[in-house]
Ligand binder design. Sequence first.
Ligand code: ATP
Ligand code: MG
Length: 383
Amino acid sequence: MRKISSLPSPVAACCAALRRAGFSAYPVGGGVRDLLLGRTPEDWDVATSASPRQVMALFPHAVPTGLPHGTVTLPTDSGPIEVTTFRREGGYSDGRHPDQVSFGVGLEEDLARRDFTINAMALSPDGAVIDPWGGLKDLEAGVLRCVGDPVKRFSEDRLRLFRVLRFAAQLGFALDASVTDALAHASSSAPLAAERVGSEVEKTLLSPRPAWVGEMLRYGLLSPWLGAARADTAPLASLHARPLPRWAGLAALLDDRALPETLRRPQAVARPVAAGLELLHNGLPEDARQWRHALATYGLDCCRAAAYMAMAMGDMEPERRLVSTLAARPCLTVKQLALSGGELAALGLSGPAIGATQTRLLTHVLDRPEDNRRETLLELLGR
Ligand code: ATP
Ligand code: MG
């Protein structure tokens, strides 16, 4: 039997404390999966027989993050540990949330409610892997398979449709044929929160295989938000694995300036993507001078987004030009002018005249960056 000895100490300590108090406790789910894969889990899950109140009593720093579902979160140096009371779920009439959650069940039933076999393993106190659903075998084969009947499991909670494609993208795993079949028959009507869907799309976009977003489109999973949009998403892999480049790339491929907004992404991404697509449509800057003007007018992130969009469309040149334009550290704002507002005031200029002069100087310097020197600007003023 497979054994694990490298459990992070806060997770081991959390389980030990629960066991000392007379409860059973097991690391479960994504943390176990990632540890077996040699990946570093971002968060941990511990399943226990203790009730949320008993967990709270045992750990004074615990935060009651999801009491109705039996979840209490322990912040630790190895990331948050979600301690959840063993539970069974029943009746999913809304396609997302169980109608009832019952506690007082054991580990076996708790593992049975989990989505995929590789996410349905636990670690016993001696480090042995508890694996009633064949997760180890699937982990070794690199296969994503549902716990139980995929059609039923996907109809219970439609977020699992997104999760399975996201895990395929993150782990490089194949979908079991039963999963592919169920995906093909999944209807697209259920009311998932756009924010949750956006988060799964983003995890997919930021993975080593962002093109899997194309499968979400192809299976119609995104149609409640994006209609019948389709795209060849292969070019996304050539963009930096950060939110702005990958969202910008996808928005360009779908020609949808509102995409990040629709899927409830933060304004720091949504705004530059919307403006960037407009810049792309209006014609991208072609040389350093035009890029400097665009940077001064639209801002750095919008220009970057537009250049990433060109990249996604197969044109690498705009991004190269933008990078080399920025490398010269050009003056792009009145604040960066070699002549300050204070100095202009000392020269006898007043309020509105200062602003107008700065704008005139900046326009000049955007054309001729080499002129951003005090003497040259003074000379220009004299003319
Ligand atoms: P990651 O943390 O990398 O996003 P994860 O598998 O840990 O992946 P979490 O959302 O942290 O995902 O969930 C922890 C565990 O809870 C999962 O491994 C799985 O066992 C279970 N789980 C999470 N979401 C669902 C779901 N929608 N349906 C069934 N089980 C789920
Ligand atoms: Mg997790």
